[in-house]
Design a binder for this molecule. Structure first.
Ligand code: 7PJ
Length: 366
């Protein structure tokens, strides 16, 4: 078996500890793809895992060591923001939609000044990134022309950038990337992982700004038509690994890339929950990780059918779960609520056995 085959058959999802912070991780779910569609998984402590890998021969040993190294190394900064745990709680990215049809706040931010004011209030509430979008990517949405998208977003991006706000531009069009980076956007956030427009990869590489690569299959109009996976968490891992490789080949360095599993994009409720339970695994890709779950429909489906504005508690529950798996950026509509939830998560996590403030863990006397 070649190295590449082993890389695509053995995966590690951390069960405890914070990945990407340089900390040693104590235990893992070990997932192995068998020939055909089958995946088996087992739970192993770190030393048992290494002993098993040794007994399996050098290829498996090398693959396990490489996976471990990815999970246990410190993530470098992304867009100037710390990503290795020294940031404390995860960064919160506030969503500002300059669209008339966005599913949960459609129309509220169409006036550029109103969008800018909403964004500045989010910054006051603790957001470190503002994600500006001019095209709704909700399931079933119609496409918008890049010219119309540019008209909607450029004034907002420019006003925020002039005030020193770090802006990401949520777009799948190369022309919009170009216009908004010229207007001061500092991050490209592409739900198609730079595949939605033939020019995107080259344009993003030339612009030289950091890029968020999100996983999706198909496009927003068709993506919810019976999404199929062999094993959703592992297939998403491989697809993101392919996009990271494509970006590296185009000259975008790994530290300028962040990954996102794309919750709700070409995924059933069960796909979403299986992926959300294994977010730690994606740190093995060696990039910072962002998660967008705010007010998404799986929350209503798992709960009592609440409309978007009634899905804040489920959004917060998911954000806290993600923080515990080392996700460094959370994309949300409800910034103040999320900042509070994550601040409390962090105060508790840092006081615990792997948190750095724990008196027993830090006892230097023995
Ligand atoms: C996401 C996004 C997401 C990233 C949207 C919505 C739909 N970008 N843009 N991740 N979702 N990176 O907000 O529900 O999950 S638009």
């Amino acid at each position: 078996m070649a190295d590449e085959d082993i890389e695509r058959s053995l995966y590690l999802a951390p069960l405890a500890g914070l990945p990407a912070t340089g900390a040693i991780l104590p235990a893992f779910e070990v997932l192995v793809r068998l020939p055909g569609e089958r995946v088996v998984s087992t739970i192993a402590g770190r030393s048992d895992l290494l002993a098993w890998a040794d007994s399996e021969g050098s290829l498996v040993h090398k693959a396990v060591k490489r996976r471990l190294a990815g999970l246990e190394s410190r993530c470098p900064p992304f867009a100037g923001l710390a990503m290795d745990g020294t940031q404390g709680r995860p960064h919160v990215m506030g969503i500002v939609n300059a669209t008339p049809d966005s599913f949960s706040d459609g129309g509220r931010h169409l006036d550029p000044q109103a969008a800018v004011n909403a964004a500045l209030a989010m910054v006051d509430a603790g957001a470190t990134i503002i994600d500006v979008g001019g095209e709704s990517t909700r399931p079933g949405a119609d496409a918008v022309s890049p010219d119309e998208e540019i008209r909607r977003v450029v004034p907002v991006v420019q006003a925020l950038a002039e005030r020193g706000v770090l802006v990401s531009i949520d777009t799948r069009h190369a022309a919009v990337m170009q216009a908004t980076v010229a207007a001061g956007a500092g991050i490209i956030n592409d739900v198609t992982a730079l595949e939605g427009d033939a020019d995107s990869l080259a344009v993003a590489a030339r612009l030289g700004v950091p890029v968020i690569l999100m996983h999706m299959i198909g496009d927003p109009r068709t993506m919810q038509d019976a999404p199929r996976y062999r094993h959703a968490p592992l297939d998403v891992y491989d697809a993101l690994a392919d996009r990271v490789e494509a970006c590296l080949a185009a000259g975008i360095p790994r530290e300028a890339l962040a990954v996102d599993v794309g919750i709700g994009f070409a995924k059933s409720v069960q796909h979403n929950t299986e992926i959300l339970a294994r977010l730690g695994m994606y740190h093995g890709l060696g990039c910072a990780q962002l998660l967008g779950v705010s007010r998404k429909s799986y929350i209503g489906r798992l709960s009592r059918g609440e409309p978007p504005l009634g899905r804040v508690p489920g959004s917060l529950a998911t954000a806290v779960t993600a923080a515990g798996q080392g996700v460094q950026m959370i994309r949300v509509h409800d910034v103040a609520e999320t900042v509070q939830a994550l601040t409390i998560w962090h105060a508790i996590a840092r006081s615990g056995p792997a948190g750095g403030d724990d008196p027993v863990w830090n006892d230097q006397s023995y």
